[in-house]
Design a binder for this molecule. Structure first.
Ligand SMILES: [Ca+2]
Length: 277
């Protein structure tokens, strides 16, 4: 009995020694084998195909390519971007490698190479490539176009012109026209004019996205056509009733000279009495 116990102990001990030697020598390796045959999925990209619309001009100032890419199985391992400009004009490489954005689950970004420039309203072909950890590849190709339609607000002596039927009263003969761009292409491509009769005034850029012109006008009623052009399209606003000078609004047309109030079917009617000279 004693001999059998000793043998058992010896066998167990020897087995442990052999297992230890295997582990120490590295012959034992833990291998996890996963199967992933599905390529990554593009959720969104910038730039994007023109079938989805124009890429906003912010793209030219932000100077970043970006892609949201997911892969549920092995995960996205790399995202690459290329287009006509990146491929043919940039020295040092035909493509751009995007980096995963820290703190984001699936956003990848890369800055434009320094010498890359795009023009508005020109078509460029692009391709994004995304690999997962298993080597599956998904590509996304398209044609993009950069443009944002010009939008802005017109002011006359800081009163916003909102409608052609609006009447703007100006007591002084010094009139300032102002256009403030709220969306659109680069300021250098924008021209603004104010026009009446045979006169056309071109506004000058006075601040970022702001153009102004100051002019002295005789008393009277003016029809003013305001135009802003971005090199491609012109937006026009015509104001039919700009009243210049104190003569256009009588002094006596104030509450001091109300001589009566009527409440009729048309609403409240105020009656003014013009004082005798
Ligand atoms: Ca996958």
């Amino acid at each position: 009995m004693e001999l059998k116990k000793t043998n058992k102990r010896r066998i167990v001990g020897l087995t442990l020694v052999v297992l230890s030697l295997i582990l120490i020598s590295g012959m034992w390796k833990l291998v996890i084998l996963g199967v992933d045959t599905t390529p990554p999925n593009f959720v969104s990209t910038t730039p994007f195909d023109k079938a989805q619309g124009d890429v906003p001009v912010d793209f030219l100032t932000n100077r970043k390519y970006s892609a949201k890419v997911t892969d549920a199985t092995s995960g996205v391992s790399s995202v690459i971007y290329t287009d006509d400009v990146v491929t043919y004009t940039v020295t040092g490489g035909p493509e751009v490698y995007l980096s995963k954005v820290a703190g984001s689950a699936d956003l990848w970004e890369a800055s434009f190479p320094v010498d890359v420039q795009y023009e508005v309203l020109k078509d460029y072909s692009f391709t994004f490539y995304a690999y997962d950890a298993a080597g599956n590849l998904k590509t996304l190709s398209g044609t993009f176009r950069v443009y944002s339609a010009l939008q802005g607000k017109w002011y006359i002596n800081d009163v916003q012109v909102t409608s052609p039927t609006q009447t703007i009263w100006v007591k002084t003969n010094t009139v300032t026209f102002k256009f403030v761009k709220t969306a659109g292409v680069d300021d250098t491509k924008i021209t603004c004019t104010a026009q009446w009769g045979t006169t056309t005034r071109t506004l000058t850029k006075s601040a970022a996205a702001t153009w102004t012109d100051t002019v002295t006008l005789n008393d009277g009623v003016y029809t003013i056509t305001l135009k802003a052009n971005d090199g491609t399209t012109t937006i026009t606003l015509t104001l039919y009733n700009l009243q210049i000078g104190s003569e256009t609004m009588p002094d006596w047309l104030t509450l001091d000279f109300i001589s009566g109030v009527l409440l009729g079917s048309v609403g409240l009617v105020l009656i003014f009495r013009k004082p005798k000279p």
